[in-house]
Design a protein around this ligand. Structure first.
Ligand SMILES: *Cc1c(COP(=O)(O)O)cnc(C)c1O
Length: 386
């Protein structure tokens, strides 16, 4: 058997990244001014179908700048899904505001609109929807709730570059969209982030805040307290190389996901996100959940895959379970997120994966399930998904 280590994620630098970075070095434009920043921002805005794309240092900075520009501050509440990466809620706390957690929908695993409606209180200013693992959230239902109550919607699209809701790219639907270009995301700049919006005033405000709050028309005059969240020209050079090839990245990920679905269909007791009719999923991480019909523990499956050189990642702990947020979530129940986190794992997913690598993961998974529960495997029924 081929025991070559298979990482859960790997960046693919298949375009002009190297050439553009060398150009930065040769020209000595390595700081946060330089032509690649504007070029990357314009290309990204066009990709999302928005007027403005504002680059910054990370997806976390993008969330922080978005909330600041929308005026979120102490005493405010912002609704966020409990099943997300910690940065979504942490950025709310950076502003002195409080995240209010809601559970996921069972089908898409994204924020449940009905529970959002129920979580709205007098201090609620808005919500952050997370397009989890590349599947868009239910934007129509969420936007309708937001409009009715005059709330903002931020799209945390850190995991979903290029995903679509009814043919519209994520990042172009809410007031603001935020993206991460960390090394394991769909496209990367190593570390980096971007905010997308059609709102001229918000874009201006975020450009001010990300550059020390310095008045662009009056040097060394600081009308507000700002931050240093500026992307470097070197990072933008990598980003431009990546975005020029984004169609390739998205196509390859769809193919990898298709192979997973094809080869996992015959394995009993596995569930994955079902791509809704209104959605275009971009498969940041192909993620499986062990059905309760299987008695085997998720961590046992992960350990056995790891022993065969197959790297996986557990679905993140829902934020209501982690220390900074436990107390404020006491007494609330999040059964869908709890189950996904307890029984779910991300499988290796990258644009560079070959079919034989996907087959290797699927065959090993089938074998693990079969060895753990031979009786069940024999009376296999088709998977619940698709
Ligand atoms: C990765 C990620 C972030 C944070 O992005 P960084 O660039 O690492 O700061 C925020 N939200 C979600 C949903 C993420 O997956």
């Amino acid at each position: 058997m081929d025991d070559e280590f298979l990482p859960v994620a790997a960046p693919m630098l298949v375009g002009n990244e190297r050439q553009y970075v060398l150009d930065c070095l040769d020209s000595s434009w390595i700081s946060s001014s330089g032509a690649y920043i504007g070029r990357f921002e314009r290309a990204f805005a066009e990709f999302c179908g928005v007027r403005h794309a504002v680059s910054c240092t990370s997806g976390t900075a993008a969330l922080h700048l978005s909330l600041l520009a929308l005026g979120v501050g102490p005493g405010d509440e912002v609704i966020v899904p409990t099943l997300t990466f910690a940065a979504t809620a942490n950025a709310v706390r950076y502003c002195g505001a409080t995240p209010a957690f809601v559970d996921s929908e069972p089908e898409t695993w994204t924020m449940d609109p009905e529970q959002v409606a129920a979580a709205i209180g007098p201090r609620t200013k808005g919500m952050i929807v997370v397009h989890l693992f590349g599947h868009p959230g239910n934007m129509e239902a969420l936007q309708e709730i937001a409009d009715r109550r005059n709330l903002f919607v931020i799209e945390d699209a850190a995991q979903a570059h290029g995903a679509e809701f009814r043919g519209r790219r994520v990042g172009s639907i809410g007031r603001l969209g935020t993206f991460s270009f960390f090394g394991n995301k769909i496209i990367t700049t190593g570390e980096g982030g971007m905010i997308t919006t059609d709102d001229d005033d918000l874009a201006t405000s975020m450009r001010l805040l990300k550059a020390h709050g310095m008045d662009p028309n009056r040097k060394y005059w600081f009308p507000v307290i700002g931050y240093n969240y500026r992307m470097t020209n070197v990072a933008a050079a990598i980003g431009l190389g990546q975005i020029e090839k984004v169609a390739w990245h998205l196509e390859r990920r769809r193919e990898v996901a298709q192979w997973y679905r094809e080869h996992l269909r015959s394995v009993p007791g596995l569930i994955w996100q079902s791509e809704q009719a209104w959605a275009r999923h971009v498969w940041w991480m192909f993620t499986i959940v062990l059905d309760d019909r299987l008695a085997i523990a998720r961590d046992t499956v992960m350990a056995q895959l790891s022993a065969s050189g197959i790297d996986t990642r557990p679905v993140a702990y829902p934020l209501h379970q982690v220390p900074p947020y436990q107390a404020s979530s006491q007494g609330q129940r999040f059964p869908v997120a709890d189950r996904l986190a307890r029984r779910g794992m991300n499988l290796p997913t990258s644009a560079g994966m070959k079919r034989e690598q996907v087959v290797r993961v699927c065959d090993r998974l089938a074998q693990i399930v079969d060895e753990a529960e031979p009786a069940r495997a024999a009376q296999a029924s088709p998977s619940a998904s698709e």
